[in-house]
Design a protein around this ligand. Sequence first.
Ligand code: NAD
Length: 298
Amino acid sequence: MTQAKILDGKWLAELVLTDIASKVEKLTSSGKRPPGLAVILVGDNPASKTYVAGKHKSAKRCGFKTFDITLAVTASAEQVKQAILSCNENLEVDGILLQLPLPKQLQANPLLDLINPSKDADGLHPLNQGLLLRGEGKIRPCTPVGCMLLIDLAYSGVNVGQVATLSDIKPIDLSGKKAIVIGRSILVGKPAATLLLERNATVTVAHSKTADIASGCREADVVVAAVGIPEFVKGSWIKEGAVVIDVGINRLETGKLAGDIQFQEASARASAITPVPGGVGPMTVAMLMRNTLQAYHG
Ligand code: NAD
């Protein structure tokens, strides 16, 4: 039995935020304006409000200027469009985030498409998704990029909690390794598979129509689960020594959060595993800040 390295996303995110904050400090102390992040929240979904508050706090931590735009739950598509267009035009705004999900009268994609691709902090604009597929583009979807940094941490010699900087964690080459991504959403599954391919992994994408996901999982050196079903991936599916990334955030009836992977059982077999909460979630926010700084530099 292995003792899995717990991939503490809060700790790793703090390294990322520290790195960004020191870069922003250099910019502002040389007289330049700070990067700006605009967050558009439509309605009062409690989970969205919590996420937006977390993003605001991290943006402040990085020294960014923040622009919070809150629209009523009854907002029309035209009102959201005008909010996005004003952020596109605002020269102090480098990154724009439209918090999802939107109230049911609004369709997300036509609104997301209005965001200037060079200010697309979430990396979800079709242009940025297309550039990702071509292996180009600098603004990439936050959650999958956060997963890759956690995978880099897993393979690095860096121990969580030790004194370290972001530069101690190098991008890992996954040549010869098998990866499975469970889930094929535009937000997580598909871009995660693309990023793993970019690192030379041999990638299987499993989804709701895949037969026998367990067998595919048992062969995988890297498992990324983004399904949205609590403990969907059983501990017995995990290959000894695998690196296991749990993207899922599921609210149980008890009010507790659970991931998509049976944590205790999987951690007895994995070499490294992310907890839920405190794994991928903080990394998603940190990558939003990184994208905003990237957008600032253009
Ligand atoms: P989604 O609903 O868009 O996609 C879920 C995917 O799971 C689909 O592609 C579907 O094919 C697959 N799936 C569904 N049922 C399945 C089954 N029985 N067997 C195999 N595959 C199945 O969800 P998403 O936006 O990709 O998010 C997935 C999970 O990740 C959710 O729990 C979400 O809350 C979480 N999430 C977390 C973060 C974070 O920052 N930690 C970010 C985004 C999403």
